[in-house]
Design a protein around this ligand. Structure first.
Ligand code: ATP
Ligand code: MG
Length: 306
């Protein structure tokens, strides 16, 4: 999507909101952006809600956790970060949302360099992000509806009525319209995840980060959560990044997959080519379970037959 480098006021109303973000660049980052190779001739601004990680390194007290990681995450896609426990997925995601500062390297949100931002700028950018944590992180003392209203209460000056309306809309979207008055202690793990998704989308985020969204859920409920995240990503054209080691999720919603092994990017691709990859480290991860070993056997058998 291209728009002209122009005055926001000149945009048609329908575009103003979606592209408002384009005009938040300060003069310096705009200059930097225009100097980028691809921009040199066109003098156009691209608003792609693209996240780009460049040569990211992160060490804790001399221990290297992320090693020269480069990757990009696209708008309207479920982008998956996969890898074994301890490979560095959560640390990578914390870098993406600005909770952890990299030892070196850069993270760009389109032209905006997160790694060069002040704390205040990072906070402003975070308002464009929705987050879904492993534990759901709901407030036990609040009702489901109040939990979903929480970011709106924190970050907007909307009236209580408007906040309730938006929160109800989000609860309806995750099929929990009737659960608003319940407390987190009174609902199942799968419902808690759905409440957390409703809360994550309450602020209409451009970016959605989910760290192990299926942890603790049975396979069928996991599928429901995967599909919900996938559908919401498409519906609102969100740049969604999901950490997982669940191969069912990979095969269900893995549109753009990055495989991390011991802090390095070891492979990238999609669910369409993950099963046929010859990358030994990746195969070690993918075919660790008996089920996926069998799938591979059946596939190679079918190929031979065919
Ligand atoms: N704050 C920290 N200080 C020191 N080491 C850390 C810190 N945070 C993470 N690590 C280390 O970084 C490595 C990667 O951890 P991370 O939590 O990113 O793994 P992960 O891929 O998310 O694993 P899992 O699938 O179990 O969630 C681990 O060895 C961990 O001990
Ligand atoms: Mg983790």
């Amino acid at each position: 999507m291209f728009i002209k480098h122009t005055n926001p006021e000149d945009l048609p109303d329908i575009l103003k909101e979606e592209y408002a973000v384009a005009f938040r660049y300060d003069a310096e980052s705009l200059r930097e952006y225009e100097n980028r190779e691809t921009m040199k001739q066109s003098r156009l601004i691209i608003i792609e809600k693209m996240i780009e990680v460049r040569h990211l390194n992160k060490s804790f007290e001399g221990k290297e956790v992320l090693k020269n990681v480069s990757m990009s995450f696209e708008k309207g896609k479920t982008n998956l970060i996969i890898g074994r426990s301890g490979s560095g997925k959560t640390v990578l995601m914390k870098n993406l949302i600005g909770l952890v500062h990299p030892s070196s390297g850069e993270i760009f949100y389109d032209s905006r360099n997160l790694t060069a931002m002040t704390g205040k700028e990072v906070k402003a950018l975070r308002r464009e992000m929705g987050m879904l944590f492993q534990s759901s992180a709901l407030f036990d003392s609040m009702t489901v509806l109040e939990n979903v209203m929480f970011p709106l209460t924190m970050f907007t000056s909307d009236s209580r009525k408007d906040r309730e309306k938006r929160a109800m809309f989000c609860l309806e979207r995750v099929n929990l319209a009737d659960a608003g008055d319940l407390r987190p202690g009174e609902i199942s793990g799968g419902m808690m995840k759905r409440v957390a998704i409703a809360r994550a989308i309450a602020m209409n985020p451009a970016y959605l980060f989910c760290d192990e969204p299926n942890s603790g859920l049975d396979p069928k409920t996991s599928l429901i959560i995967d599909d919900l995240i996938h559908d919401i990503t498409k519906e609102y054209n969100i740049t969604t990044v999901i950490n997982t080691h669940d191969m069912n999720s990979v095969m269900n919603i893995g549109e753009n997959i990055v495989f991390i092994s011991e802090g390095r990017k070891a492979w990238e691709g999609s669910k369409e080519n993950i099963m046929t990859s010859t990358n030994a480290e990746l195969n070690d991860f993918v075919f660790a379970s008996d089920l996926f070993k069998k799938v591979k056997e059946v596939e190679s058998f079918t190929n031979e037959e065919g």
